[in-house]
Each structure stands twice: as C-alpha cells, then as structure tokens.
Design a protein around this ligand. Structure first.
Ligand code: ATP
Ligand code: MG
Length: 236
C-alpha cells in the first residue's frame, strides 16, 4: 500500500516557482530517498509535504488529500519532519526534548516506553540524558532531533540531510542510528541526502530531483547501475 504520494507537485516562493513537477511515492513501511544537487528543490519538496509552502498538484497521505493542509494537520495525521539544521530546543535537556516530541500524546506509559526505546537505540543520547541540548555535539544534536521526531509516534519520518555539516565518521554514526531505528520500529522514512552512499544504506528506492523536476526514480540497485548516478552521487 502507498502511504505518501506526490503527483505532479508544483510549489512557489512568492512569484518564483521552485518545484515544477515532482512525483514520488513512499510505500507503507518503506524507505525512500530524494537525491539532488544544491538548490534542486529537495527541502522545498519536504516543505510541500509538511504544509509550509503553497502547493499545486496533489499530495495524499494514507489516502487523505493533504495538498492544502497546514503543518498542524499534517503532523496530527502522522508525518514528523526533521528539518535541515535540526532544530532541537537548546535550553532543554535531552530528556525534556524527547518529552516535547511527545507533546500531542496522552499515553503516559507508551511515552515512557518509547523514551526507553530510543535511548537504547541511541546510546550517545543516553549518556547525555540530563545535559542541555546546546551542549551536545553536532552529531548528537542530529540524533536528538531524529529521536524527538520519533517520539511523536509518526507513521512517516521525513529527514532533511541528516549528514549536513557533519564529519564523515559522525555521519556514519548518525546513519547507524537511523538504520537501527528503521530496523527496530519498521517506520516509513523519506530521506533527503546529497550523499547517496549514506542514503543507500537505509532506503530501498530513490527519486532524483533536478531544478524542481523529478527526473529519475528507481530501486537502489537500478540507480547504482546508472552511470549518471555513479558520477554525480556515488563519487565515480
Ligand atoms: N524561503 C525561500 N524564499 C525564496 N526562495 C527560496 C526559499 N527557499 C528556497 N528557495 C529557492 O528555492 C530553490 C530550491 O531550494 P531548496 O532549499 O528546496 O533546495 P535544496 O535541494 O534543498 O538545496 P540544498 O541541497 O542546498 O539544501 C533554490 O533556488 C532556493 O534559492
Ligand atoms: Mg535543502
């Protein structure tokens, strides 16, 4: 079953149209990547899904048309977005950040269980549980942002360049955490990355964006077999 579907999506900032024709779908429980160069429209595609830019075309989630839904409605339907640059609450502790992630939930026991679950998956965070988020390293902040989004108990986790600004070994650590989260929870993911070697560790298929168009999509095996993908995104 398809969980999320974008069909011929267009989006603009003011008069400037940035997305021209983006189509992609995420199966229920699947993991899909979005690849593309700087400025291709990857972040804007995620904003279109989250309801923070004006969109034409059609976006459906779990069969519901969310094309014109605002961010609160989209979040309440079960889409959690970890934006570029992370956005943890710097003056709250790791534990408090995780609690904030669950603020729409009422199931206190489920929240406590999920905090234990994410701390087991993210041992870096467990070691820093009482520290303010502002004192965490960049990689730890990224892990916290992902764990916090998961605390909302979403059906789809949307991640915008989790490796941005991180050293290669730290990026690997962050992707190890994402992989564990996916393996252990089975949650669906939509992951934007410029580094396909990282994205291909966790996604089953991907879409390539160029200047606001989705120009190519396929399974990881299909994409790895294409020269233009190897040259542009896999380092040769
Ligand atoms: N708030 C905004 N107002 C006006 N133009 C914007 C805004 N945000 C992005 N753009 C423009 O939209 C285009 C696509 O930007 P977007 O951020 O979606 O690209 P991206 O693929 O995420 O790039 P990057 O890899 O650098 O993060 C760019 O030309 C950018 O300058
Ligand atoms: Mg971006």
């Amino acid at each position: 079953m398809t969980l999320l579907e974008l069909d011929a999506v267009r989006a603009s900032y003011g008069k400037v149209q940035v997305l021209q024709d983006v189509s992609l779908s995420v199966p229920d429980g699947g993991a899909v990547g979005i690849l593309g160069a700087n400025g291709a429209g990857k972040t804007t595609t995620l904003r279109a899904i989250s309801g923070t830019v004006n969109v034409r075309g059609r976006i459906t989630f779990d069969g519901i048309d969310i094309t014109r839904s605002g961010p609160e409605k989209v979040a309440s339907l079960g889409i959690a977005h970890v934006p570029e640059g992370r956005g943890t609450l710097p003056n709250l502790s790791v534990r408090e950040n995780l609690r904030v992630g669950a603020y729409l939930r009422k199931d206190r026991r489920g929240i406590a269980q999920d905090i234990d679950f994410v701390l087991e998956l993210f041992p870096h965070l467990e070691r820093r549980i009482g520290q303010n988020a502002s004192t965490l390293s960049g990689g730890e902040q990224q892990m916290l942002a992902i764990a916090r989004a998961f605390m909302a108990k979403p059906r789809l986790l949307v991640l915008d360049e989790p490796s941005l600004g991180l050293a290669p070994s730290t990026s690997q650590d962050v992707y190890d955490s994402i992989q564990r989260l996916r393996d252990e929870s089975g949650i669906a993911m939509l992951v934007v990355e410029q580094n396909a070697n990282l994205a291909f560790r966790i996604v089953e298929s991907a879409t390539v964006l160029e200047t606001g168009h989705s120009v190519l999509s396929g399974t990881v095996e299909e994409l790895k077999g294409r020269d233009e993908i190897r040259k542009a995104y896999l380092g040769g």
